[in-house]
Design a protein around this ligand. Structure first.
Ligand SMILES: C[C@H](O)[C@H](O)[C@H]1CNC2=NC(N)=NC(=O)C2=N1
Length: 127
């Protein structure tokens, strides 16, 4: 596991009143976001993507209409890093700004959409 701060991680977790779930291997944080319509959803994703540029860190994510599934994990070195925790925290704040609605549990479909790209190893690999 990469370096991380438990003090910053815990408040994010559902088990501690947050909205994120730690995957069973402990190497990723994930959750779904729901908005009023596609425009709000896309504006949120745009705001997240600007942060990704600043942090030089990308999510594994998928979107269908007004729902976006986001997973934060670090590919090299593999595990959960401070960047994942920082960006998950930022996502919570940005989602609020864009009028996040009550989240629905992350569906298998949304997860597998995100998994589809990762499984090909099309990620953080120098070509
Ligand atoms: C080459 C480039 O800097 C690396 O691929 C960076 C960019 N963004 C990244 N994002 C994530 N999630 N994991 C990484 O290991 C990672 N590495």
């Amino acid at each position: 596991m990469s370096s991380q701060s438990p003090a910053k991680l815990e408040p994010l977790l559902v088990s501690h009143g947050g909205k994120w779930t730690l995957t069973s291997d402990g190497e990723a944080l994930e959750r779904s976001f729901k908005f009023k319509n596609f425009t709000k959803t896309w504006d949120f994703m745009t705001a997240v993507s600007l942060q990704c540029k600043i942090w030089n860190h990308h999510p594994e994510w998928s979107n269908v209409y007004s729902t976006t599934f986001i997973r934060w994990t670090t590919h090299v070195p593999k595990g959960l890093s401070d960047k994942d925790i920082g960006l998950a925290t930022l996502c919570d704040a940005l989602a609020k700004d864009f009028g996040e609605l009550d989240p629905e549990p992350a569906s298998c479909e949304m997860k597998s959409l995100a998994n589809e790209v990762v499984k090909d190893g099309n990620c953080c690999v120098k070509k």
